[in-house]
Design a protein around this ligand. Structure first.
Ligand code: HEM
Length: 309
C-alpha cells in the first residue's frame, strides 16, 4: 500500500483546509474529489516540476461514519477529546474533510485549493483555512528552528507516520492531528533569549539542544520526548508551518503531526497540557493558545481510489 504524501518535509508554502459537510450523507461530491485529486496533483507536478506540489486528504470521525456507514473504521479514528490541564486546554473542534496542500510557491498551492473547493462546491463549508509559509531557515514564528528532531531518513519517517501491518485494513494510512496555535508575541519577545531557550529546550541562534543539566523539565522538547515500555523513543512526523496577519496582531503556528498511531500524538499532548507528573505542563503554552484541535484519518492512495468508486 502506498501512503499519501504524509512524510514530506513542510515545504515552502502550505494551505490547511478544514471543511464541514453541508449534507453529511451525500457521497457524490466526496467521491468526485477522491477520484480527481491524484490526477490534479500529478498534472501540477508534471507542469511545474520544481514546485513540489502535493496534497494530502483526510476524513474526520463523524464524516467517516456518515459517508461510509458500511465500511470498517480505522481503530483510532474518533472525535478528539479535549485535554484540560490546570492552566491550559487543548480544545476539540469539528472537521469533516481535511486538505494539506504544499508547494514551493503560493500560486501552485492556491491553484490546488481553488480547484478542490470548486469541485466540492456547496457540498462543503469552510471551518478553518490557514496559509502557512516557510520562515527563514525553517523557523517557527517564535524564532526557533522547528523540525530538527523529526525522523530523518525515509524509512524512519515512514515507520513513524504510516500505519503498518498492525492494522492491516488500513495499511498505508496515517492519523493526522492538527492544531492552530496563536502566540502572545509581545510577552514572548519580552522574555530574555535564555528564558525562551529554556522554554523550547534548544538554543535560538544555532539550534543546539540544551544540555540536561540546564534544560528544565517543562521545556517543550522535554515534555514531547516520549518512549515506549522498552525505552525506545516514539516519533511522529511534524510539518508545522508559521502563519501571520501582522496588522491584526495574529502570529501563529499551525501544528500538524502525522502518526502511525494517534495514541503517540495524544500522549505528547497530554504531557504538554497536563504534564507528567501532573502540573509539569509545557512552558511554551504560557505563550501559545491552542484554538483548534481535530483528528483526521488519511487513507492510503489505494484506499482513496477505492472510496472514489
Ligand atoms: C505551539 C506550537 C508548537 C511550536 C511553536 C513547536 C515548536 C517546536 C520546536 C521549535 C521544537 C524544537 C526543534 C525540533 O526538534 O523540532 C519542537 C520539538 C518538538 N515538538 Fe513542537 N511545537 C509546537 C507544538 C507541538 C505539539 C502540539 C506537539 C505534539 C503533539 C509537538 C511535538 C514536538 C516533538 C515530538 C518535538 C521533538 C522533541 C525531541 O527533541 O525529542 N510540538 N517543537
Amino acid at each position: 500500500m502506498r501512503a499519501q504524501d504524509v512524510t514530506l518535509k513542510p515545504g515552502g508554502h502550505a494551505i490547511f483546509m478544514v471543511l464541514g459537510l453541508n449534507r453529511p450523507d451525500e457521497i457524490e461530491p466526496v467521491k468526485a474529489i477522491c477520484s480527481e485529486l491524484p490526477a490534479l496533483v500529478r498534472s501540477l507536478k508534471g507542469r511545474f516540476p520544481k514546485q513540489e506540489a502535493s496534497c494530502v486528504m483526510g476524513f474526520g470521525s463523524s464524516a467517516w461514519d456518515h459517508l461510509f456507514p458500511k465500511r470498517k473504521k480505522p481503530s483510532e479514528l474518533s472525535t478528539f477529546v479535549e485535554i484540560k490541564g490546570e492552566k491550559h486546554t487543548a480544545p476539540s473542534t469539528p472537521g469533516d474533510l481535511f486538505f494539506h496542500i504544499r508547494a514551493s510557491k503560493m500560486d501552485i498551492a492556491y491553484e490546488l485549493a481553488a480547484i478542490i473547493t470548486y469541485i466540492l462546491g456547496d457540498s462543503v463549508y469552510s471551518i478553518d483555512e490557514v496559509h502557512g509559509f516557510r520562515y527563514f531557515d525553517g523557523r517557527a514564528i517564535i524564532g526557533f528552528v522547528d523540525g530538527t528532531e523529526n525522523p530523518e531518513f525515509d524509512e524512519d519517517r515512514h515507520a513513524a507516520a504510516v500505519i503498518g501491518d498492525k492494522e492491516p485494513d488500513f495499511e498505508g494510512g496515517s492519523y493526522a492531528f492538527v492544531q492552530k496555535y496563536i502566540h502572545n508575541m509581545n510577552e514572548w519577545n519580552n522574555l530574555p533569549t535564555f528564558e525562551q531557550e529554556k522554554a523550547i529546550g534548544r538554543r535560538k541562534f544555532d539550534d543546539r539542544e540544551l544540555s540536561d543539566d540546564i534544560k528544565p523539565e517543562n521545556a517543550h522538547n522535554a515534555v514531547t520526548n516520549i518512549e515506549d515500555e522498552a525505552g525506545n523513543e516514539i516519533k511522529i512526523v511534524r510539518a508545522n508551518m508559521p502563519f501571520a496577519v501582522p496588522s491584526q496582531g495574529e502570529h501563529g503556528t499551525y501544528f500538524i503531526g502525522y502518526a502511525s498511531t494517534f495514541s503517540a500524538t495524544r500522549k505528547m499532548l497530554e504531557n504538554m497540557f497536563i504534564g507528567e507528573p501532573i502540573g509539569n505542563y509545557d512552558r511554551l503554552l504560557d505563550f501559545s493558545t491552542a484554538k483548534t484541535g481535530t483528528l483526521f484519518f488519511i487513507p492510503s492512495v489505494e484506499l482513496l481510489e477505492e472510496l472514489a468508486e
